[in-house]
Design a protein around this ligand. Structure first.
Ligand code: HEC
Ligand code: HEC
Length: 162
């Protein structure tokens, strides 16, 4: 009895494993088994420490001259990029770096969330400079929305208070 259950369990696990690779329609974030393990063991503090070490002495240079694939954050000092990644992006969405990156290749575009982030940043910029700036009599002299305003530690911003 037990053996039979174990046997069918193994078959099911094998099918799931195979499906993760063979089905071209599987979204990038689908629960394919090997990646789940990699993300579970991802150490964000260690990754940040390694990157800080890598850019040592170049913190003040423009990000695009230090990193390989900077499109949105051109002109931002390289040292600030890591703070934006940690506080601006990861923390505001309640995720780690692996939501948008393969930590083996930070410049890669393989995760859709990375390009979405560039478009989100552009959206926030438009809201701030073209829409919010025109509203009269607000409390703040220069009011802003940023990632945290909407995301508040969640990947999908809430649309109700339930
Ligand atoms: C919500 C998505 C998101 C998260 C989370 C995120 N990043 Fe990024 N990261 C980006 C985007 C977008 C870029 C490219 C920015 C640009 O085009 O100017 C980028 C670029 C980078 C780069 C430059 C790579 C290169 O060579 O071009 C590094 C390094 C990096 N991120 C590290 C991190 C680290 C470390 C973390 C976790 C602490 C992290 N990122 C979390 C979206 C994210
Ligand atoms: C005006 C509100 C607003 C702001 C500001 C905003 N977002 Fe979003 N974001 C959304 C909404 C709405 C969605 C879509 C959620 C859904 O799928 O229904 C979203 C989706 C995303 C996603 C895709 C979620 C996923 O599955 O990975 C990412 C990544 C993201 N936002 C990153 C950011 C980052 C980084 C910033 C700051 C630069 C930002 N957003 C600013 C409202 C916002």
């Amino acid at each position: 009895m037990y053996r039979t259950a174990l046997y069918f369990g193994l078959i099911a696990a094998t099918c799931l494993f195979a499906a993760g690779f063979s089905d071209p329609g599987t979204p990038a974030e689908a629960p394919s088994l090997p990646f789940t393990t990699a993300q579970d063991t991802f150490d964000q503090s260690k990754a940040l420490a390694l990157l800080r070490e890598e850019i040592k002495g170049k913190e003040k240079l423009p990000a695009e001259t230090v990193f390989k694939n900077i499109q949105t954050l051109k002109g931002v000092p390289a040292g600030r990029i890591l703070a934006i990644m940690e506080m601006g992006y990861s923390r505001s969405l309640g995720v780690t770096c692996t939501h948008c990156h393969n930590p083996e290749a930070w410049d890669s575009e393989e995760k859709p969330a990375k390009q979405i982030t560039r478009e989100m940043a552009a959206m926030a910029k438009t809201i701030n400079s073209e829409l919010l700036a025109k509203i009269q009599n607000l409390e703040s002299a220069s009011p802003v929305v940023n990632c945290t305003t909407c995301h508040r530690g969640q990947v999908k911003p809430a649309t109700s208070l339930d």
